[in-house]
Design a protein around this ligand. Structure first.
Ligand SMILES: Nc1nc2c(ncn2[C@@H]2O[C@H](COP(=O)(O)OP(=O)(O)OP(=O)(O)O)[C@@H](O)[C@H]2O)c(=O)[nH]1
Length: 379
């Protein structure tokens, strides 16, 4: 059954291969779209631990943009969410049926969400072009992500989606923290380490949104971030191994704390929204000054490496041709049916010049139902 259409049965291996190919293609198109870069809208990707209040927070952002007469666009990337308190302009659930994916691929809930996101990522260039068409009328694009944070932050599709956004618009990641639950220094440290890893993985500006401030003030967190001695004093009474580790990490994270923006918000009461949008605007400016330049540099590096690789391959091919002195070179890697290969070479002898690369060669062999891997260079 095609999970994108929920129709007839198909081969799972074939589907997976197609998926990998599409992801590769998308990676290339994301990398090459820098020429279309737009300064507006700002993409706000909302991530956070399960239950931290991402969806409620996004709902609050939608209400705030509406009230302040700015134009928002909402993208939902959580295929497993039952109902959303806001209307999403683009919803993964309209394209991928999460339960069908679970059934077809015989997966559990997390595998189902991950595969749904992978399938959706293969179409993400279309999502970006829809937003590009409306770019002039939009101020913000608000992106909700799956409840299980790692499904988005540590998956290939999450990286592809983030990269596709970041190469076309200024993009800011918002990490939602459950403030009441982070009042324990060890939980706080786990959250900060996660936020830090997201910052280094995405290489995008990050805003820490301490949510649920209607229940617990986030002042303690700001104090811990500003002065590691206050944090160490809070953890002093705990002699466990985790506490000692958190203690030493507080020093290491000092640089991270200095470079990110933190705001206290409440998705329920709406407190802190102005401060949050100020942090987003400042981060978007920072994106243009620092992150965009870095992104362009990384892209140029990637292109240079690809160019070098091509040159190296051509040089290798030229040397092979020279050493064969006009004859036929057969690169044999585990040949089983020698006669069949010789026959194949003779049949194709008419060609003036023909080079089969490794991929083509593999295809041909697959088609003929042979498992030999043979490369021929005809001169
Ligand atoms: N008091 C209070 N509760 C909140 C706030 N934000 C969210 N909640 C509650 O926290 C719970 C989880 O909120 P969600 O918005 O579903 O959190 P989520 O991160 O989207 O959850 P998953 O996507 O399922 O992981 C709900 O019961 C919300 O009502 C807040 O600012 N204050």
């Amino acid at each position: 059954m095609d999970p994108m259409e929920s129709s007839s049965e198909q081969d799972i291996v074939e589907e997976s291969q197609k998926l990998v190919d599409s992801l590769d293609k998308l990676r290339v198109s994301a990398a090459s779209s820098s020429s279309n870069f737009k300064k507006k809208p700002i993409i706000i990707i909302v991530v956070g631990m399960a239950g931290s209040g991402k969806t409620s927070f996004l709902h609050r952002l939608v209400c705030h943009t509406f009230d302040s007469k700015s134009h928002g666009y909402v993208v939902n990337l959580d295929p497993a969410v039952m109902s959303l308190p806001f209307g999403a302009n683009i919803d993964i659930r309209d394209t991928v049926k999460y339960k069908e994916v679970m059934k077809q691929y015989n997966l559990g809930p997390n595998g189902g969400i991950l595969t749904s996101l992978n399938l959706f990522a293969t179409k993400f260039d279309e999502v970006v072009s829809v937003i590009e068409k409306r770019a002039d009328q939009l101020d913000y694009v608000l992106v909700d992500t799956p409840g299980q944070i790692e499904i988005f932050t540590w998956s290939a599709s999450g990286a592809i989606i983030t990269e596709a956004f970041a190469s076309t618009f200024p993009t800011v990641v918002t990490y939602v923290v459950d403030t009441p639950r982070s009042s324990s220094p060890i939980t706080f440290m786990s959250n900060m380490l996660y936020a830090c890893s997201i910052l280094y993985k995405t290489r995008l500006p990050l805003v820490l949104a301490f949510n649920k401030t209607d229940v617990a003030d986030h002042k303690f967190a700001l104090e811990w971030m500003e002065d590691f001695e206050v944090f160490q004093a809070a953890i002093q009474s705990d002699n466990s191994y985790t506490a000692t580790l958190a203690n030493s990490l507080s020093l290491s994270l000092y640089e991270f704390y200095r470079n990110i923006r933190s705001v206290g918000v409440s998705a329920i009461s709406g407190a802190g929204m102005d401060g949050f949008f100020k942090a987003i605007e400042a981060s978007a400016e920072e994106y243009m000054e620092t992150y965009k330049a870095d992104l362009d540099m990384r892209k140029a590096d990637k292109e240079r490496l690809e160019e070098e690789r091509k040159k190296h391959e051509m040089e290798k091919l030229r040397k092979d041709m020279e050493s064969s002195q006009g004859g036929t070179v057969v690169l044999n890697t585990g040949l089983k049916d020698r006669d069949a290969t010789e026959k194949m070479m003779l049949e194709e002898d008419d060609e003036d010049f023909q080079v089969e690369d490794e991929e083509d060669s593999d295809d041909a062999i697959d088609e003929d139902d042979e498992d030999d891997e043979t490369k021929h260079y005809y001169l």
